[in-house]
Design a protein around this ligand. Sequence first.
Ligand SMILES: *Cc1c(COP(=O)(O)O)cnc(C)c1O
Length: 390
Amino acid sequence: MKSNKPGLNTICTHVGGVEDKEFKGAISPLYMSSSYAYENVDIKRYPRYFNTPNQEALCKKIAMLENAEEALLFGSGMAAVSTTILAFLEQGDHIVLQKTLYGGTFNFVSEELNKFGIEYSFTEGFSETDFISAIKENTKVIFIETPSNPLMLLTDIEMISRTAKERGIITMIDNTFATPINQTPIDLGIDISIHSATKYMGGHSDISAGAVAASEEHIQRIWNKAKNLGGNLSDFTVWLLERSMKTMAIRVKAQNRNAKKMAKWLEKHPLVAKVHYPGLKSHPDYQLAKKQMRGYTGVVSFELSESADTGKFTEALKLVKRSMSLAGVESTILSPIKTSHFLLSPEERSRQGISDGLLRLSVGIEDKKDLIADFEQAFEKVSEEQFEKI
Ligand SMILES: *Cc1c(COP(=O)(O)O)cnc(C)c1O
């Protein structure tokens, strides 16, 4: 039977706007009001109650994209992550987290949870055995992030859902890298899907926001915590995010295509030792990627061969800028050991498989030929310098 649900592009463009009844404008009017006349005691509109007209409208779009009943918006990805984790854990509870996680999530867990008397464990790896052996009697939540940053390793989402359901454990996923365009974890049994909307949902490097999608019951529980912690998103940014999300499906699909082409091109380059991209047959999780993802994202990590210097290479790039963040329409590049993973000891980095030559490329929507030309001239520059040294 064919589903009546609109396709991803149509949801992005049409679902969940605020209707302009008065002037019939094409876009959502922006309600900046922080004060609303009350109709009855049940409906009190207020920005920190997460129920202003623009917030409610955009949440409908996000919920439908994630195949969730409801969604909530936050002021940052970390507001979404921290509020959601705290909503499901009480003193004496335990949370199992995947070994490799976004740095901010790792810091939140390791610096804050003790204060609430909440226990946590990180898994040794990504396998079923790794997760099962980390589960304890008081485990209430399993938290995963797939694909993970920066090596683009995957966790089997269905395996996690099954393992957790058998034990009555709630599952959360950080779905930022994949986006609902490439991966809908709730369809695979995950309870709660979390986003840094600062990345692909925003997509233009000009918004800080977060989002959570889940069942009505789970969103109610997160809302109860969210109104106390107060991490709501300003309505102006909600409005900007709605504008961004209208093009999310076409942006992300273009980024998927460009990234796959760049990954294949890099794999053949003599100065590249290794490419990490789940859409490549050489990636250890290629089969799993085909099973649980529709596209393989715009992020490609690769290792320069030992003879090439990452600093000189990234400096030589002209079109592709060095940047801490990712997922914009413009391509950016970063050296994990100099930025995101700078504070880790060399031993810890090598345990996580992060080599000195590793670079993380966030592929934008430029023409492939221009990206390749930029990479080619930068590779030429580093190989000339090597030649001079000899
Ligand atoms: C950026 C990011 C976050 C945190 O989001 P902010 O908007 O910076 O708070 C969380 N998870 C992942 C995977 C991210 O890339």
